[in-house]
Design a protein around this ligand. Structure first.
Ligand code: MEV
Length: 305
């Protein structure tokens, strides 16, 4: 019997903790209102059924190829790819969930997330697992990879309304997420003491961010973003053109940070930008011919359509 399923999963921003999260430091991630949607249809037989059970063995591009060869399969995504918004993780999660659904298995987020993580590993080498986890569960998450076999996360319910944040496109990085994670790993091998010191400072900012969200301590959002960005620059994941742009944003009273892996040779992907005066920010984007995107945080995780 022919079956049809449609599933969508959200992209994400990392509010604090990118890169250091790969080394077991915490990160705060938020699902955004940009989603990847997949439609999968067909009659399951012995041969194409094996494709579905073997999914976690393949890299994401191969998974897409295999599904397209064996089923009616389509992808629609409004998550810009290669810009730090978790487009590949959202696609992995949506595919993992679509397969769960079409094979009549119980909807089990833990399992959906684990299969998506295996796909992410093939794609990115050494991911923290944060991107697929936020895409599976949605909302805002405190996430920490204690060990490969123990990833802790907890949903955060902010005690305040977050001010409006914008995404500003600094251009596609010429490096992949895998390249950027490897770049940091190489720097860490060369100078572990220095890199660990920076990551410990990032953890402190991530904690301050948590307290800010929970209204437990007074903190200025703009200061948290500015300090976080400085530390990311020290990690060496931001290009000089992106740094120059961020200094311009700071000069007009705003704050911006990269979100995700960044990039050093060309663009660094999307920036999360906060400015109390939206118009000032939009004017700057216009003068510099940069695309902006207003985003909502804390959107729903993977779901059937
Ligand atoms: C990618 O969105 C964020 C990184 O921290 C890598 C990871 O968490 O897997 C750079």
């Amino acid at each position: 019997m022919k079956k049809r399923v449609k599933v969508s999963a959200p992209g994400k921003v990392i509010l604090s903790g990118e890169h250091s999260v790969v080394y077991g430091y915490p990160a705060i991630l938020a699902a955004i209102d940009k989603r990847a949607t997949v439609e999968l249809a067909g009659t399951i037989s012995g041969t194409n059924g094996k494709v579905l059970t073997d999914l976690a063995k393949y890299r994401l591009d191969k998974v897409v190829k295999k599904l397209s060869e064996n089923f009616s399969f389509s992808i629609k995504s409004d998550i810009p790819s290669g810009s730090g918004l978790g487009s590949s993780a959202a696609l992995s999660v949506a595919i993992s969930a679509a397969v769960t659904k079409i094979t009549g298995q119980k909807w089990d987020p833990e399992k959906i997330n684990e299969i998506a993580y295996q796909m992410e590993k093939k794609h990115h080498g050494n991911p923290s697992g944060g991107d697929n986890t936020i895409s599976t569960y949605g909302g805002l998450l405190w996430y920490r990879k204690e060990a490969e076999g123990l990833k802790l996360f907890k949903s955060i319910t902010p005690k305040k309304r977050l001010p409006k944040l914008f995404l500003l496109d600094t251009g596609s990085p010429s490096e992949s997420t895998k390249d950027m994670v490897e770049l940091v790993a190489t720097s860490r091998q060369k100078n572990q003491k220095r890199m660990d010191k920076i990551m410990i400072q990032i953890e402190l900012i991530t904690k301050k961010f948590l307290h800010y969200l929970l209204n437990e301590k007074r903190a200025m959002l703009s200061e948290l973003i500015v300090e976080n960005q400085r530390l990311l620059e020290e990690l060496g994941v931001v290009s000089s053109s992106t740094k120059a742009l961020i200094r311009k944003i700071e000069k007009i009273g705003g704050a911006a940070k990269i979100t995700g892996a960044g990039g050093v040779k060309a663009g660094s992907g999307m920036l999360i930008v906060y400015h109390p005066n939206h118009q000032k920010l939009l004017n700057l984007a216009k003068t510099n011919r940069l695309a902006t995107l207003a985003i909502k945080l804390g959107e729903k995780g993977v779901q059937t359509q």
